[in-house]
Ligand binder design. Structure first.
Ligand code: ASP
Length: 431
């Protein structure tokens, strides 16, 4: 048993998933445990265990997005740098997050991974809400009462308030130092808490996988396989075609050295599901293989690991559309725009740790009016998708680093082409 707990988390989750599937088939009405145990009672108990895990995650959604966005703004240092860094983020990270989110929405609408089965019995779709008016949209962004927005988990309002609070803290300088420290400390503490909660993921994955299979049978696996397939396809398109195209056509550099140079970081990202944990390897690949100056790679990759998560933005969109399809909820264009914006913002707020984005999914589901039960259905398989979206997140940081380094003359193009530094380039010594 102790040996099991010493295995890497991803392996424990995978084993738990498989065991969950086996148990799930057993406790179905026609299952192999039929007559031996009370399948319905087991299913209800498993759902309870899974719900406990989901509640732990939901508990962190609002506080985490609030403090992490406010702390990120404060960490920029002062208002003039906020303008400069803000412009950089706006120019590079925001469009790429939005594009990834749009690709996620388009692929999910095209492939329809959640369509084709009845909404699982016992789970009902919420009543259809009337489309939002202009005043509703305004209220979504600008909260008249931020405490109410926090209490009700209005994601966009919370983010706007957090950004403005961050600006206020920067403006007040020394007088607001204690607030800056509290925000920073709280962001660290909550991120740590997500890591602890993810240690329980094998239990959650086991219980929720068994419950989903007991409820939907093989349909659950077919749907999850379709979801995983859609996410992987999206990640391949974004990671290889979009970034590859950007490197080739926007930056005018050969593509192959980019992917070859980043291969080690990609492997680490895939196995750890954490942009943060991969950061040292990402930086080493950027410096030693891509010829990016040390200074630039440190700046862009550390900022990117926290705010630039294209794989995550795409994933949140795909899951939301998947959920809407599963429950037969029609989405109008206003809601689709809301999903794209919220997913991109969620990706900015998400921590670069395993399952970092899960805490934001309930908030985006809320915008689309999709029941939060969707999380119970997908969570068992989240890790497999986390591995791939983390690769895209890391590749996105690296593509951004190559771009900024090239534009600012801090890229050793010969080293990039050869995937190795031959002599200390001028830009390196500046670092
Ligand atoms: N695991 C991802 C990362 O570290 C975040 C996420 O859950 O999407 O980049």
């Amino acid at each position: 048993m102790t040996a099991f707990f010493q295995k890497p988390l991803w392996l424990r989750i995978l084993v738990a998933m498989v065991l969950g599937v086996i148990l799930g088939f057993g406790i179905r009405p026609e299952g192999y445990l039929n007559g031996l145990i009370d399948g319905e009672a087991w299913s209800a108990a498993l759902k309870l265990v899974g719900d406990a895990f989901i509640r732990l995650i939901r508990m962190l959604s609002v506080p985490l997005i609030f403090v992490s966005v406010a702390a990120a703004v404060v960490s920029i240092g002062d208002l003039s740098r906020l303008g400069k860094s803000g412009a950089r983020i706006a120019a590079l990270y925001i469009p790429s997050g939005l594009l990834a989110a749009c690709l996620g929405v388009s692929l999910a609408m095209l492939i329809q991974p959640g369509a084709g089965i009845e909404a699982p019995a016992g789970l009902s779709a919420p009543p259809v809400k009337p489309p939002p008016t202009g005043a509703d949209i305004l209220a979504m962004f600008i909260p008249a009462n931020p405490v109410k927005a926090l209490a009700e988990g209005d994601m966009l309002s919370v983010i706007v308030f957090a950004i403005l609070l961050g600006i206020g803290v920067l403006g007040a300088r020394e007088a607001a130092k204690p607030v800056a420290d509290v925000l920073d400390g709280a962001a660290h503490a909550l991120t740590k808490l997500v890591t602890y909660i993810m240690e329980l993921a094998p239990i959650g994955a086991f219980a929720l996988m068994a419950w989903a299979v007991a409820l939907m049978g093989a349909d659950a696996l077919v749907k999850l396989a379709a979801l995983i397939g859609t996410v992987y396809l999206g990640c391949f398109i974004y990671g290889f075609v979009v970034y590859g195209g950007f490197i080739k056509f926007v930056l005018g550099l050969p593509i192959l050295p980019f992917f070859k140079g980043m291969s080690e970081a990609m492997a680490v990202a895939y196995s750890t599901s954490s942009s943060n944990a991969t950061l040292p390897v990402t930086m080493r690949c950027m410096i030693e293989k891509l010829g990016i100056s040390r200074r630039m790679s440190a700046f862009v990759s550390s900022m990117g690991a926290t705010v630039n998560m294209d794989g995550t933005a795409m994933y949140i969109c795909i899951v939301t559309i998947f959920g809407a399809q599963l429950f037969g909820i029609p989405l109008d264009s206003g809601q689709l725009v809301g999903i794209v914006i919220a997913a991109s913002l969620g990706a900015i707020g998400a921590a670069g740790i395993p399952g970092g984005s899960i805490v934001f999914i309930p908030l985006v589901l809320g915008i689309a009016g999709v029941p939060v039960e969707v999380i119970a259905i997908i969570l068992g398989a989240d890790r497999i998708m986390d591995m791939m979206r983390t690769v895209v997140n890391v590749l996105g940081d690296s593509a951004a680093a190559v771009a900024v380094a090239k534009w600012e003359g801090e890229l050793d193009v010969d080293a990039y082409k050869d995937n190795q530094l031959r002599e200390a380039p001028v830009a390196q010594s500046q670092g």
